[in-house]
Design a protein around this ligand. Structure first.
Ligand code: BDR
Ligand code: CA
Length: 319
């Protein structure tokens, strides 16, 4: 069977790193390229981290395209960060895998996205797991992107849960105007994996031990990144089960190969850009009160066992 092609838009980041390794190493997936964007760290560090992770797992062949360094209309958002304590501690600036021996691509992320989708003869799933600045800009330059992308799978938002403010999740809060453009854009198929689902796919220290025991570069790095995340979450943003962490972005990649990892319901989703208390909130019309056609399959639950089994199965192999 043909492998499923995808492009990952990342702000690497500890959980982005696990998502990248899963996409780069799973035999059913064909990671065409990674695009980077301002988010967890400044974009040049996201690019450097993405190159490091791909090289570390033996995938120097996958190109990395650097994207936008600032949100669409908020030049100081999220830097300097109100969230620096959490994002800074969870991700650090440079991930603990060796420096890459290669360079980012000469072409920028937005140009790569537009030209790749304009010329694509195969279906390429788009998976943004970071602020949506690159995607909104590509849409503005090339509105037909909505017809060329077979499915967009977004990590972001939260219905019951926020993680930057009581209302907002980091990726949407990091560039709410960009997110509003993307959710309004009428993609052929849109799947949203918010905190409500990622906080159900919690990974424990015990799972990290199982990963480390596999003895591969990917399993060791995943154990390090996830173990670090657990430590920080326990200190400053404890999960429902102590000693666990969400690995948000990797859940989106997991869904591509095992759709049962998430459970979705179809709703209309819009993004708040004006509210002083609620900026960056994903307004998910769970009770169909807004009269707008549902356009998004929203994950409200996730299967931790299936997700962890997929990580273990994938990371036991070398590239
Ligand atoms: C999201 O924000 C980032 O910090 C993570 O990488 C993830 O994409 C979770 O809110
Ligand atoms: Ca991310």
């Amino acid at each position: 069977m043909a492998r499923r092609k995808l492009i990952l838009d990342v702000d690497t980041g500890t959980d982005d790193a696990v998502a990248i390794m899963l996409a780069a190493l799973h035999p059913a997936l064909d990671l065409v390229g990674c695009t980077t964007v301002n988010g967890n760290v400044e974009v040049q560090y996201c690019t450097d981290n993405t190159l490091r992770v791909l090289d570390h797992v033996g995938r120097k062949d996958i190109p990395v395209y650097e994207g936008l360094a600032r949100p669409l209309v908020r030049p100081d958002f999220p830097i300097p960060r109100a969230v620096s304590d959490l994002a800074g501690q969870i991700h650090g600036r440079t991930l603990g895998v060796p420096a890459s021996t290669r360079r980012k691509a000469d072409v920028g992320a937005v140009e790569f996205l537009v030209e790749t989708y304009r010329n694509a003869t195969d279906e390429i799933t788009l998976v943004p797991v970071a602020p949506l600045t690159n995607i909104a800009t590509a849409l503005t330059l090339y509105p037909k992107l909505v017809d060329r992308v077979p499915e967009i799978v977004i990590m972001g938002g939260g219905h019951e849960i926020g993680n930057v403010t009581p209302s907002a999740e980091f990726n949407i809060w990091g560039d709410p105007e960009a997110a509003a453009v993307v959710f309004a854009a009428k993609f052929r198929k849109m799947t949203l994996v918010p905190l409500d689902a990622t906080h159900r796919a919690l990974v424990s220290y015990g799972d990290c031990e199982k990963l480390r025991a596999l003895g591969t570069p990917a399993s060791g790095a995943a154990a390090d990144f996830i173990g670090h995340r657990i430590h920080v979450h326990d200190e400053i943003q404890r999960m429902a089960i102590a000693g666990t962490t969400p690995v948000h972005d990797a859940v989106c990649v997991g869904y591509l190969v095992d759709p049962k990892i998430i459970t979705t319901r179809r709703h209309h989703v819009a993004v708040e850009t004006g509210g002083t208390l609620t900026v960056g909130r994903t307004v998910i019309d769970t009770h169909f009160r807004g009269g707008q056609e549902p356009q998004c399959d929203v994950a409200f639950d996730a299967d931790a066992g299936r997700f962890i089994a997929l990580l273990l199965e994938t990371f036991k192999k070398r590239a």
